[in-house]
Design a protein around this ligand. Structure first.
Ligand code: HEC
Length: 131
């Protein structure tokens, strides 16, 4: 019985901890809500012809390094997302750290039915554009 009391807190701790990737996704959701949701929508659905969707976006899924560049540096000019043309301006996000960018990228590539891997801060610093 004594042993059980000892094990209980350990088991509870293990349950709430989750994997590193799950943690990144949860933090990434918060960053998405603060920095991206206003334009791209609660579920990444976009907004008419002004803001392209990122949920099921063929453009985003085609190239994760390009996505990272666009988040850090912003983007403008004509693009096609799922066969629809957009030509808007997305502001840059120069303040997010590599750890935060890793969380955000992990969230983006694992949300809304996707399973796109874990983007670590090491991956970010290797693939981030020079400022
Ligand atoms: C002020 C509105 C605005 C904010 C905030 C914003 N975006 Fe965008 N985003 C745009 C617009 C407009 C485009 C299309 C730009 C173009 O036409 O060249 C775009 C394009 C994109 C694309 C490529 C096209 C696609 O749909 O796959 C991705 C990915 C993306 N944004 C992700 C993000 C992420 C992640 C954030 C948060 C860090 C963010 N955006 C914040 C307006 C915004």
């Amino acid at each position: 019985m004594k042993k059980l009391f000892f094990l209980l807190p350990v088991a509870l701790f293990a349950c709430t901890m989750g994997s590193e990737k799950e943690l990144a996704e949860a933090n990434g959701l918060r960053i998405y809500q603060q920095h991206c949701m206003a334009c791209h929508g609660e579920k990444g659905e976009g907004n008419g012809l002004l803001y392209p969707p990122i949920q099921k976006s063929d453009y985003m899924l085609a190239d994760s390094v390009r996505t990272l560049q666009h988040i850090v540096q912003g983007m403008s000019g004509p693009i096609q997302v799922n066969g629809v043309s957009y030509n808007g301006i997305m502001p840059s996000e120069p303040t997010l750290t590599d750890v935060e960018l890793g969380y955000l990228m992990t969230f983006l590539y694992n949300s809304w039915g996707r399973d796109g891997g874990h983007f670590t801060s090491e991956w970010i610093s290797k693939n981030k554009p020079l400022k």
